[in-house]
Design a protein around this ligand. Structure first.
Ligand code: ATP
Ligand code: MG
Length: 358
């Protein structure tokens, strides 16, 4: 449990596209809920780390960015990615530069919210209640590899997948703890250990070892291909899900789509050791097609703010904000992507009104 504070310092990084728009909405909501609870303040520091900064200076972040971040209790992040910067440059330049070294647990919750509808039949609000734990530091996205024989027909590109016993053990322990904290105490872990006979088999072995520390958690195993089928056809059979960096990246997008919209899903990048502040962001990207139109759905950012408040130990504030968001959705006040007619600011004001009334 974290130490409660009277003022939390939050690094605010809206970054690119609709990122700054949804983060601005999130900041308003957090201020409103802090005022409602009345026991703490939130002090946001806006950092201009973005693709615009990269285009001007050649770098997304200043050299001492880790020291700057360490002065904060959490990071509230929008989205990174610009049409005129290759995605692998922007992703590694900002998001992974922050998350990869420390925040080894990526937590993605999914639930059908009131007023939204799943493309799956017979799913009611509150159902499809999943928590996906994504290993966030190793695996397929470790950044190791190389290219040789450039531009020749026999050119080679390698992407080395790195798994370590330590890395698997720490994410497995974290996932079991999450599963243990949820009512169903059910963990499904995902690998591809039939085709990948080294690192994925190591996953199977280490997870089975760790499972002995958590006898009250029921565990089962899926291969990733079969997992997409189970998520789609038997969604209620799942609760907490653990998978590698690549697999969970794909499965969590599927999860967000099955829950109704990519605009509502949250992400928490957690450093369970609390060496670094953890980072909270909506799952969606910079969405340049709607940037500047004021119609971005802020719900994914609100939900990420709830996760942030929870991580800081402000559980009551988190509950109030989530309740206000659910009421707003249930009242049909939503943006176009959810079939509504409201803009970002109207949804934000509706949420703030409900916070005050709760
Ligand atoms: P990135 O490259 O950073 O992933 P992107 O432009 O591919 O960004 P995504 O966020 O992946 O955008 O989303 C794909 C599409 O979904 C967007 O182009 C947009 O139309 C829609 N979308 C995403 N997020 C939102 C949102 N918060 N509100 C409304 N529509 C959204
Ligand atoms: Mg995208």
């Amino acid at each position: 449990q974290p130490e409660r504070k009277s003022t939390y310092k939050i690094a605010q990084i809206g970054a690119d596209g609709i990122g700054p728009e949804v983060i601005e909405a999130g900041v308003q909501a957090v201020h409103a809920v802090a005022k409602k609870v009345g026991t703490f303040n939130v002090d946001f520091t806006e950092l201009d780390w973005s693709s615009d900064r990269y285009k001007k200076t050649g770098s997304y972040v200043p050299a001492d960015y880790i020291e700057i971040l360490k002065k904060h209790d959490a990071i509230f992040f929008g989205a990174v990615g610009a049409p005129d910067v290759p995605d692998h440059i922007s992703l590694w330049g900002l998001r992974l530069a922050i998350c990869q070294p420390y925040m080894y647990a990526n937590v993605r919750r999914t639930k059908v919210l009131p007023g939204t509808s799943s493309p799956l039949k017979n799913l009611q609000p509150g159902e499809l209640d999943w928590c996906i734990i994504r290993e966030n530091s190793e695996g397929e996205y470790a950044g190791h590899g190389g290219r040789s024989h450039r531009s020749l027909d026999h050119e080679i590109g390698t992407e080395v997948t790195i798994f370590t016993r330590t890395g698997i053990r720490r994410i497995a322990r974290y996932a079991f703890q999450v599963a243990q904290s949820r009512p169903r105490k059910l963990l499904t872990y995902v690998t591809k250990s039939n085709a990948m006979r080294n690192g994925m088999v190591l996953w199977d072995e280490v997870i089975n070892e760790v499972s002995k520390e958590f006898p009250d958690v029921t565990m089962d195993h899926m291969l990733v291909d079969a997992m997409t089928v189970r998520m789609t056809l038997h969604p209620k059979s799942l609760d907490t899900i653990l998978a590698t960096n690549l697999h969970a990246d794909i499965l969590s997008d599927l999860a967000a789509a099955l829950a109704g919209s990519i605009g509502i899903a949250p992400t928490a990048n957690i450093d369970p050791s609390r060496t670094m502040p953890s980072m909270f962001e909506p799952i969606h990207g910079s969405a340049f097609d709607i940037t500047g139109m004021g119609i971005a759905n802020p719900v994914g950012t609100f939900w990420s703010a709830c996760e942030m408040l929870d991580w800081l130990g402000e559980h009551e504030a988190s509950k109030i904000l989530m309740k206000a968001v659910e009421q707003t959705c249930a009242d049909g006040i939503s943006t176009r992507d959810l079939g509504g007619a409201a803009n970002t600011q109207e949804v934000t004001e509706a949420v703030i009104q409900r916070i005050k009334a709760l």
